[in-house]
Design a protein around this ligand. Structure first.
Ligand SMILES: [Zn+2]
Length: 638
């Protein structure tokens, strides 16, 4: 047996050639750094060929390189038709838990131009690979994921492989352009009916690599005024007019793709947008009552470059919401300005100027000295003139033009969408409060998701204090700087959430109760087996998020709440209240000596108060035990 092994040469950027095989990573969101082949020539038997494929870590080859490397995306072309080749993805992050749960990469076959006979099949679509991939830790202690590729007969065909269903920056731009054409804004808004769909796309800020970070406004024309929203400090770089101001409508802010590899978040966002602009009567009620402000891609640079978790400076942007810098974290700065603007109803100009005079040039926002040192040289290269021009532009709009709403926030809800590798199902993180009323209120929206989405796992939700302040292993940055926690800190908004979607599947499916008018509803037979998650499943989550808002606002004329175990919103709150108290009771029996300081500001007995005192922090540990070891938890509770 003759074994040969060598590096596959990169003949041009992102093009590797070994004999008749071409391996490609010269396209958007691709990630493949280098390739090696191992060939075994056995007389009388076909060649046994393997490719070892290494991916780039986030910011690979730069001073900001960090060790996030779960995302891979490359393509294969050519080879002897029918030949099987083993593909080994070497040194990705150790995701053995995820792959042990049945996670599979995805593939698509682009048949190329020569396949004229089957033109309609040329639009390739993604599927999960059919085989179960294997994984191991090799002699160099590297995680290796392996699966096989079969060379196709059609030499023009290209097979693409990715960590999971890709969704690129260009796909987003194309999709938003499509909606813009579908819902053009007339020159005179008075021509529109109250029920017409208002869809407006703006660039809220440019990314560090000059990509547009889009902001969408979706509502109906009800309550629209001729006044324009404020051109916030340093933001909205285009000359396009700002979106119109809506009177007496609360704002819902949702965002996705702060972590570039977490593509499920984009599909959730797509499902949400698709539903919000649909003809569905419930979507119409949502538009009549709320203004949706959506940022579909917070980290377009990371997405375009095929990163897993960071921006082009190696920052996990979801740790910079407390005091982001316009220069260093423009999209996070923009999201925070937007949230503050809609919370107060006007822009806090003085505070922003003061803040930026320090944060932009001293970078006081970062609590990591090593990162700070790396960032400073980049600041010096920035175009200060264009920054000053933006500042001047934004000063033309003053806080006086808006009504000060005092403590009545203009915000109704905030959700930031993510993907999750290890914990199964779709679930949310919420914040933890010192009083039972807010804790209940925070749990209502995720509970409503269980009656509107079969894959939503309430038992995987986390509302603990620990999950608000825990620190990352790698850089030690706290979750206090995440969108969810920071929004609570600077607005007091109780309904502030992180939505998490497992890449692969769930643990169970919820029973979905019928709608009030269930006679007219076509009810497909509901499977009890959790499905493998696909973009369609994630899109459904986006729709369910919208419908749950209607339930939360008691505006849903065709709700599932009435036929659920909760019967009504009041019933649901009562169940949440008694669950909290029962859990406290159970925790107390465990002998806890917790001294959490919860304030009870609703009529509740003194006995219950004591229980809630006990419960606040300790419930979380019980839930964790229940999650991981339900059997022990059962006995532990007695
Ligand atoms: Zn994430």
């Amino acid at each position: 047996m003759n074994i040969t092994s060598d590096v596959v040469p990169e003949v041009q950027p992102g093009v590797f050639i070994h004999n008749s095989f071409t391996i490609l990573s010269n396209f958007e969101s691709a990630n493949l750094a280098r390739v090696k082949y191992v060939s075994k020539q056995i007389p009388g038997i076909d060649e046994d060929l393997e490719f070892h494929l290494w991916t780039n870590p986030d910011c690979g080859g730069t001073e900001f390189e960090c060790n996030y490397k779960s995302w891979f995306y490359f393509a294969l072309k050519g080879g002897t038709p029918g030949m099987h080749v083993r593909l080994n993805i070497v040194s990705s992050n150790n995701q053995s838990k995820m792959y042990s749960q049945g996670m599979t990469p995805v593939f698509k076959v682009d048949l190329g131009k020569t396949d004229k006979s089957s033109e309609k099949f040329c639009k390739a679509s993604w599927s999960r690979i059919k085989e179960i991939p294997t994984y191991q830790i090799n002699n160099n202690q590297e995680f290796v994921l392996s699966f096989s590729h079969r060379a196709l007969k059609n030499i023009e065909a290209t097979t693409y492989y990715a960590f999971t269903y890709p969704y690129t920056y260009t796909e987003l731009c194309n999709s938003l352009s499509f909606y813009e054409k579908q819902f053009p804004l007339s020159s005179d808004i008075r021509e529109n009916n109250e029920t017409d769909i208002y869809f407006y796309r703006e660039t809220i800020v440019k990314s560090l690599e000059n990509r547009s970070v889009d902001l969408l406004t979706i509502s109906s024309f009800k309550g629209i005024s001729e006044e324009r929203e404020c051109r916030l400090f340093g933001l909205f770089p285009e000359d396009k007019p700002r979106s119109f101001v809506f009177k007496n409508k609360k704002v819902i802010i949702m965002s996705a793709r702060v972590h570039p590899g977490e593509t499920p978040s984009s599909f959730v966002m797509n499902g949400l947008i698709k539903y919000l602009v649909s003809k569905d009567e419930q979507a119409n009620i949502l538009r009549q009552n709320y203004v949706f402000k959506l940022i579909p891609m917070l980290n377009p640079d990371g997405v375009a470059r095929g990163f897993y978790r960071t921006d082009t400076r190696g920052c996990n942007l979801n740790r910079f919401y407390l005091k982001p810098s316009l220069k260093l974290h423009p999209s996070i700065y923009a999201a925070r300005s937007l949230i503050l603007y809609h919370h107060f109803g006007y822009e806090l100009r003085d505070e922003l100027i003061e803040e930026n005079s320090t944060s932009i040039f001293c970078n006081s926002s970062d609590n990591n000295d090593e990162l700070n040192a790396k960032m400073k040289p980049t600041i010096l290269n920035n175009d200060v003139d264009s920054f000053n021009a933006l500042l001047k532009k934004s000063q033309s709009c003053t806080a006086d033009s808006f009504t000060n709403k005092g403590l009545d926030s203009g915000l109704y809800l905030y959700v930031d969408f993510h993907g999750h590798a290890s914990k199964k199902g779709i679930f949310m993180y919420g914040n933890n409060f010192d009083n039972i009323v807010d804790n209940i209120e925070c749990m209502v929206y995720p509970t409503l998701m269980t009656i509107n989405n079969q894959n939503f796992h309430y038992t995987s939700c986390n509302f603990s204090k620990r999950n608000m302040y825990s620190k990352d292993k790698k850089f030690g940055l706290s979750k206090e700087g995440s969108g969810r926690v920071a929004v609570l800190k600077y607005t007091g908004l109780v309904r502030s959430y992180t939505l998490e979607c497992n890449y692969n599947t769930g643990r169970f499916v919820n029973y979905i109760p019928p709608k009030v008018n269930f006679v007219s509803e076509r009810r497909p037979i509901q499977s009890v087996i959790p499905p493998k998650f696909t973009p369609t499943v994630f899109e459904q989550v986006g729709k369910s998020l919208a419908i749950s808002i209607l339930d939360l606002s008691n505006l849903n004329p065709n709700s599932r709440l009435d036929s659920s175990e909760f019967k009504s919103l009041t019933g649901l709150r009562e169940i949440l209240r008694s669950n909290i108290i029962n859990d406290c009771n159970r925790t107390r029996r465990l002998g806890s000596k917790s001294t959490s300081s919860i304030n009870i500001d609703t009529p509740i007995t003194s006995k219950q108060v004591n229980l809630v005192f006990y419960c606040n922090l300790k419930c979380y540990s019980f839930y964790m035990l229940l999650e991981k070891h339900p059997f022990q938890a059962f006995f532990f509770s007695f």
